[in-house]
Design a protein around this ligand. Structure first.
Ligand SMILES: Nc1nc2c(ncn2[C@@H]2O[C@H](COP(=O)(O)OP(=O)(O)OP(=O)(O)O)[C@@H](O)[C@H]2O)c(=O)[nH]1
Ligand SMILES: [Mg+2]
Length: 726
């Protein structure tokens, strides 16, 4: 049986069901006149039990609550449902809070504070109300509470929610259903839709329902139609009406969302999902299989979101009662004792009171860690949240023991050395080119300050003593901790290496790296063995002693290039950007191949098309595999021919020119595009012959260790030139 309800339009819907649905809606919402007309047109419909007085009262209560006239609403509720609010503390608090909000909105802060102290703070004995209390009282700290983080408490939405809860509670108190049939249907529809969506996501296909029980399916269908009829945003409706994680489904018991799927299948007994057609497209960056299969596409670029911690809240404190008991002083000893007991508050150098502060929220710092190679892990976890600062210990009386809230530790996120950190589609924040380089990307929220509230008659005196006292109603104070920042960042890895190994697949680049460094790259005789750059280090030239030329250099073995790589062929151009930081290119050519000269030209051409600057850099050509006879024979000819390609011009930029380094920040992100655009002229005008020829061509067999030392010598010599052009 198909899921589309249009297939079942022939199934009759009982008029009585529809009438009952409409009736329950009218009763619930106290639409008295409409209900009377409705009953007149449907003689079979009965009047509700609370009609008409109670319904009238209920309507007024609802209206009072909506208008924020909470005291009147409470008074009427007491008449209609005695003890209801006494039993339902949450509801009681919510309704009282409406009055508090009204006072805040009409800028009657002193009254609001008084009301909070007498009516709301008694709820603070229960921990669940403490947070709520803090939120409400925080409204007092703002000149314009509508723009405070607690603005929603002032919204008509909040009043509506409280009014509805009150209405439901009154109905339930009189043993009437607290939800309308229409709401139930929408809830049912929502659950069914969600289940279908979940199943659909799990087994992406065309859905089919098998219907074992037509009457039950009928319920489902009505729900579907009703939802379409009322065309309400059912999900938000559903979320708004239902507390927390509970679902109220028809006349049955509440269930938790985790049990939802099972529950629905059991209750309906007809959901059978079979999969056939469309596949849901999953984000490649979050799919581990994709990451494993195509790491080269993701290892060097990722977008993450970080959020620094909110600041901890301050507190509203009152001065301890220091009034002396009536009567004369009773002797010297007692006076001394009292003097001892007198609390000693922390004071500033000028005598002003120091009130505790909320803890600073955790910052988010990104730092370069030598232990990291790629950005792949950020595709699996792309969100990082620092902790919030600690609150000042609850509210209460000022005492000398009160401490600042604890500052949250900074969240430090390690990334590979060479990572460039940018705002998503925004400016560059840092180029973490050295191990240990770090950048603060999101600053934790500042902790809130505390307030001292005091009776009017003492205010003047205290004001002269402290700089941190609430001075008047319009005083702007920050009792709430400031929210942390959330930023989306783009991380771009630019491998940091002095030497870049380039060449066609299978030329022997990884074998070369393994031969002269401690790196252990994958080596195999099939193309594209290397998917991501491998790094290794060569020691400096021992012959030169401990001077600056003996320092080690880093080599990056890049994935193989093929013709059209700059257009995305093979592994594409993604990794070509990793040559940007190199000073020297070592071009590895398989001398045993059919046409090594052409291979050489192909790779040079690809480099030129990607970024002609690369060809301006010094390069050493390594003719590899000379242990094979076919390579050995061609060696003199190849050396000669290769040296012919290129000009004698001395590089205007040796290695990374300062221009290149300086331009790095602006070209990051747009690097590939900008380099391509910038190079358009060069591509047209210059041929390979116009770029400097290699500084050396060496025939080697890196596998058999033939002439490897000579090759190393040439590489070091070229590196020396890069460092010291003179
Ligand atoms: N005979 C001979 N074979 C070699 C030599 N160097 C490398 N090879 C072989 O060539 C094949 C390819 O070597 P790799 O080092 O994986 O080549 P690559 O350039 O890194 O290849 P990709 O990672 O695919 O770009 C392997 O089978 C090596 O054993 C050499 O000097 N002589
Ligand atoms: Mg390789």
């Amino acid at each position: 049986m198909d899921v589309d309800p249009r297939q079942y339009e022939h199934v009759a819907v009982d008029d009585n069901d529809i009438h009952n649905i409409v009736m329950s809606y009218l009763v619930h919402n106290c639409f008295k006149e409409t209900m009377e007309s409705f009953i007149a047109s449907c003689p079979r419909m009965k009047q509700p039990s609370d009609y008409p007085e109670d319904m009238e009262k209920r309507k007024r209560i609802f209206q009072f609550a909506l208008e924020g006239n909470a005291l009147k609403a409470i008074e009427l509720t007491e008449q209609l449902a005695t003890n209801l609010l006494e039993k339902n503390k949450d509801l009681h608090f919510d309704i009282l809070s409406l009055h508090f909000v009204e006072l805040v909105l009409s800028k009657k802060c002193t009254e609001a504070l008084e009301f909070a102290r007498t009516k709301l703070t008694p709820f603070g004995g229960e921990p669940k109300f403490v947070g709520k209390l803090e939120d409400f009282l925080a409204l007092l700290a703002y000149d314009e509470p509508e723009t405070s983080p607690m603005f929603y408490l002032l919204s008509s939405d909040y009043r509506q929610r409280v009014a509805e809860s009150l209405n439901r509670a009154i109905l339930a108190h009189a043993n009437n259903p607290s939800y309308t049939a229409m709401e139930r249907l929408i809830q049912q529809t929502t659950v069914v839709r969600q289940c279908l969506n979940q199943e659909h996501a799990m087994a992406p296909t065309r859905l089919r329902l098998s219907c074992r029980s037509r009457p039950k399916f009928h319920v489902f269908r009505s729900a579907w139609i009703m939802a379409s009829l009322v065309s309400l945003p059912s999900t938000s409706f559903f979320n708004r009406r239902l507390p927390n994680d509970k679902l109220f489904f028809g006349p049955l018991l509440p269930i938790t969302t985790t049990a939802r799927t099972n529950w629905v299948s059991t209750k309906f007994g007809f959901l059978t999902i079979k999969s056939r057609l469309t596949k849901t497209k999953e984000s490649p960056s979050t799919n581990p299989t994709t990451l494993l299969k195509e790491p080269h596409k993701y290892f060097d670029q990722v977008i993450i979101t970080v959020r620094s911690g909110d600041g901890g809240h301050g507190a509203i404190l009152s001065m301890p009662n220091q009034q002396r008991p009536a009567g004369k002083s009773q002797g010297r000893n007692e006076t001394k004792e009292k003097a001892k007991k007198k609390p000693s508050f922390k004071r500033d150098f000028d005598g002003s009171l120091i009130l505790p502060l909320g803890g600073h929220g955790g910052d988010v710092i990104i730092y370069a860690d030598e232990g990291k190679d790629t950005l792949l892990e950020f595709h699996r976890k792309s969100r990082y949240n620092a902790k919030r600062g600690g609150n000042v210990d609850a509210m209460g009386v000022l005492n000398s023991q009160l401490r600042n809230g604890l500052a949250a530790p900074a969240l430090r996120v390690p990334v590979p050395v060479g990572t460039v950190v940018k705002r998503k589609r925004g400016k560059l924040l840092a180029d973490l080119a050295q191990p240990g380089d770090e950048v603060l990307v999101a600053r934790g929220g500042q902790g809130g300050i505390s307030l001292l509230e005091m009776p009017q008659y003492r205010r003047k005196k205290l004001m002269s003593l402290t700089t941190n006292v609430m001075r008047d109603e319009s005083d702007k104070v920050l009792i709430l901790g400031q929210p942390g920042e959330e930023v989306s960042l783009e991380l771009i890895l630019r491998v940091v290496a002095d030497v870049g190994l380039v060449g066609l697949p299978n030329a022997g680049k990884s074998t070369l790296l393994a031969a002269i460094t401690h790196a252990k790259p994958d080596i195999a005789d099939y193309p594209f063995t290397t998917l991501m750059p491998n790094l290794g280090r060569i020691d400096g030239d021992p012959a030169l002693g401990a001077d600056r030329y003996s320092s080690e250099a880093t080599l990056a073995d890049l994935p193989g290039l093929i013709e059209g790589a700059h257009l995305g062929k093979g592994l594409g151009r993604n990794f070509l950007r990793h040559l940007r930081r190199t000073r020297l290119l070592v071009h590895v050519v398989d001398a045993s191949a059919e046409d090594p000269l052409n291979d050489y030209r192909t790779v040079r051409e690809e480099l030129r098309m990607y970024n002609p600057n690369y060809l301006e850099r010094p390069s050493v050509v390594v003719l590899n595999k000379i242990d094979l006879p076919e390579a050995r024979d061609k060696l003199p000819y190849l050396t000669e021919e290769i040296l012919k390609i290129g000009s004698d011009r001395i590089n205007s930029e040796v290695g990374r020119s300062s221009e290149d380094i300086q331009s790095l920040p602006t070209e990051v992100g747009e690097a590939d595009i900008s380099s391509s655009v910038a190079s358009d002229e060069d591509k047209m005008d210059k041929g390979l012959e116009d770029y400097p020829r290699p500084t050396a061509v060496v025939g080697v067999s890196v596998l058999k260790g033939i002439r490897v030392n000579e090759m190393l010598k040439e590489i070091r010599a070229a590196l020396r030139k890069c460092k010291d052009p003179n």
